[in-house]
Design a protein. Structure first.
Length: 497
């Protein structure tokens, strides 16, 4: 560390800083097959080995036989195949609707292939599409998928290689889902029924209750899925937790992600999931918290989850130390997140402070959340977390001076902080000079604000040449990388990596 920073006299000036624009590296996501398949499935049928006429005049690639394209495409992965199709508009007219061209890919968009809505059962044609597929996806809303056809394919083993199933707008596909969940080797199931904000369904409207009934019926179909290892359900409706009794059969479940449930009842059904490692529970959804409160004994079931490593609790209002005490009994948990848990008592840090194997702790709120700010007598319990490497305290500290209460957390490498008010240059300078040196292994600090103008003023005040937020959001202060981030209220995207 720079010698000019290691001291603490308040009269010392902030050392020379170097700064640069931070570059966010976008992680490539699994592309959907609609990036590969054309949106008009009827233009090419089995046996058509040429690119449709009309494209020939604008691109010589259209004259290449589909069997030759297969020899080329067979060696391309998702990103490469996507790039091939998106190079300018040169290959935009190639229709990847011959199964020869995509049969090597593990993913199939079931809502886009031509056969899924066809009442005529051509098993020879269908088998070319679904042979050796590992992952099925339905992403479009209200596509005409024939449930009887799906039932036949499942019953006779045509989809036996499928291990992953992902369905969006699942309330539109209840009959289809009822058959697909019978796939014998299905390990991962993801059911989403969430809508963009512009298409948001009015709470407790007639349409809301109709959708809720469909989703409830789908959940009832999940009984006896003993082979399932990962279950992810999200809904814009709020479903009664009592329907989670279907979890009792899922003894092999390793990952459970539930958003859109009322956990005033139903949490007890995770009791006995002895293989569970990752647990994400949202009381309500991103739009609203469920009306009913979490019962005092809600987390007692956690005592019977011996392999649980990652815990994410969201929208759990009015949590107390007594409620969270069962978390301290978990011997394998190394990551704990509380997100938008309003009015959470600072006393819960007392029980969290006994979770000595924790490596990550994230308490994430926004300024509009009703929060009880943590005092020094609360924060000092975190010093017992000797293995903690990442810590987020978002809008639960009074000000930046509370960072001093973390002194002695010698393993801490990443600190994410946000305070209710605007951060001044004086606070920032004191934090760098007199507080951060007491965290010897600290490498990265992220400072979050909800006001871009205030962030801009802070950065201009601490950067040597007056550069603002539009040009730089990363400063180097001695050995510390300090990021400045804008925190978007409620619909936040907080980087806690």
């Amino acid at each position: 560390m720079d010698d000019s920073i290691s001291g603490v006299p308040p009269s010392m000036s902030i050392p020379k800083r170097s700064f640069e624009r931070s570059r966010s590296s976008e992680t490539a996501e699994n592309i959907s097959i609609d990036d590969i398949l054309d949106q008009e499935p009827d233009q090419e049928r089995d046996g058509d080995n040429k690119i449709p006429t009309g494209f020939d005049a604008v691109n010589p690639a259209a004259s290449i036989d589909c069997h030759l394209w297969k020899n080329i495409i067979h060696f391309l992965e998702y990103d490469d195949l996507k790039s091939l199709r998106l190079v300018g508009s040169k290959l935009a007219g190639i229709h990847f609707h011959n199964p020869l061209l995509t049969s090597h890919l593990p993913l199939l968009r079931l809502d886009l292939v031509a056969f899924s809505s066809n009442a005529k059962l051509d098993l020879q044609y269908i088998s070319k599409w679904i042979y050796n597929r590992k992952r099925l996806v339905i992403a479009d809303r209200k596509k005409n998928i024939n449930p009887s056809l799906i039932a036949t394919l499942v019953k006779h083993g045509y989809m036996r290689t499928v291990t992953k199933l992902e369905i969006s707008h699942c309330n539109c596909y209840r009959s289809t889902i009822a058959h697909l969940v019978k796939l014998p080797n299905l390990k991962v199931l993801k059911l989403l029924d969430i809508y963009p904000r512009f298409g948001y369904i009015e709470y407790k409207s007639k349409n809301y209750y109709a959708i809720m009934q469909e989703i409830t019926a789908i959940i009832k179909c999940l009984q006896n899925m003993t082979q399932l290892e990962s279950l992810h359900i999200e809904s814009d409706c709020i479903i009664d937790g009592k329907y989670l009794s279907v979890l009792q059969d899922m003894k092999n479940l390793r990952s459970l992600h539930l958003r859109g449930f009322d956990f005033s009842s139903g949490i007890e059904h995770i009791d006995g999931l002895n293989e569970l490692e990752n647990l994400h529970l949202c009381h309500g959804n991103t739009m609203r918290t469920a009306d009913n409160a979490i019962p005092p004994n809600a987390f007692l079931s956690f005592d019977f989850l011996p392999k649980l490593k990652t815990i994410h609790l969201e929208n759990m209002v009015d949590l107390t130390n007594e409620q969270t005490r069962p978390l301290s009994h978990l011997k394998s948990a190394d990551s704990l997140t509380f997100k938008h848990c309003q009015n959470m008592s600072g006393n819960i840090l007392q029980s969290i402070g006994t979770m000595t194997v924790l490596k990550e702790l994230h308490i994430v709120n926004c300024s509009s959340d009703e929060t009880q700010l943590f005092e020094t007598n609360h924060l000092v319990h975190l010093r017992n977390l000797e293995q903690l490497k990442k810590l987020s305290l978002m809008f639960v500290m009074v000000d930046l001076y509370d960072v001093l209460d973390l002194a002695g957390m010698n393993s801490l490498e990443t600190l994410n902080i946000g305070t209710p008010g605007d951060i001044t240059k004086e606070e920032f300078d004191i934090m760098c000079l007199r507080m951060l040196p007491f965290l010897p292994n600290l490498k990265r600090v992220r400072i979050y604000g909800e006001n871009e103008e205030s962030l801009d003023q802070l950065i201009r005040s601490v950067s040597q040449d007056g550069t603002g937020y539009d040009d730089v959001d990363l400063l180097w202060v001695g050995d510390w990388e300090i990021n400045f981030r804008l925190f978007e209220e409620r619909h936040d995207r907080v980087d806690i990596s």
